[in-house]
Design a protein around this ligand. Structure first.
Ligand SMILES: [Zn+2]
Length: 214
């Protein structure tokens, strides 16, 4: 079983390596040039490939359970402060197991997992209401919005200077947002959530907002 998995890794890697030439690798051999610092969930159903066909050298990815900056703040700082990506994207997702665990109670988890889930108390201080499914979607959104607020506090100077945009969005592979399976919907850009305000932001110029806003 594991042997099959490892064999698959090397057969995929051989195909990957042979399908790209020296020019491809040469472009990033000496340095990386990401445009996006992406904070997303470790969930196996969420990857940078949903926002970039080839994330290599384009997306500086930080994956933590519940797409939380607090679990890997140094890595997020590295993308924003050292690699100077113009965009910090906090990407939540539907059916998030971390948010579900937070809602159900996670006392039985080990200390390391508890410590990471504990951070969600800061970003989901008021749990959503209604059915579990409704509350889950509300909490996923709330977590993203608060992560954006925290990023705006931390990187305020860069945002004010126009050198950084912080965007919060949700990747929806369950159809919760009614925009189609697999679609990413924007919740906030630099803390702005009102559609009229978002429409006037230069960062969103040329975007079909009816299709991209939650
Ligand atoms: Zn998740």
């Amino acid at each position: 079983m594991v042997a099959d998995i490892i064999k698959e890794i090397f057969s995929h890697n051989a195909a990957f390596a042979s399908s790209r030439d020296e020019r491809y690798f040469g472009a990033h051999m000496k340095a990386q040039h990401p445009k996006i610092t992406l904070v997303c969930c470790c969930d196996a159903r969420v990857h940078a490939t949903v926002i970039a066909p080839d994330p290599i050298d384009r997306v500086f990815t930080i994956e933590t359970i519940g797409n939380q900056m607090a679990s890997a703040q140094g890595s997020v700082d590295y993308g924003v402060l050292h690699l100077h990506t113009p965009l910090l994207l906090i990407l939540g997702h539907t059916d998030c197991g971390a948010v579900k665990a937070f809602m159900k109670g996670y006392e039985q988890e080990n200390e390391a997992i508890r410590r990471e889930l504990d951070h969600l108390k800061e970003t989901i201080p008021t749990p959503g209401t209604g059915s579990f499914e409704e509350a889950l979607v509300a909490n996923v959104k709330q977590n993203v919005l608060r992560q954006v607020d925290k990023a705006l506090e931390r990187y305020r100077a860069l945002v004010e200077e126009g050198r950084l945009t912080v965007m919060g969005a949700v990747y929806d592979f369950t159809g919760e947002f009614g925009k189609g399976l697999g679609k990413v919907s924007i919740l906030s850009v630099n803390g702005k959530t009102d559609p009229a305000e978002l429409a006037s932001m230069p960062q969103l110029a040329g975007l079909d907002l009816g299709n991209c806003l939650a």
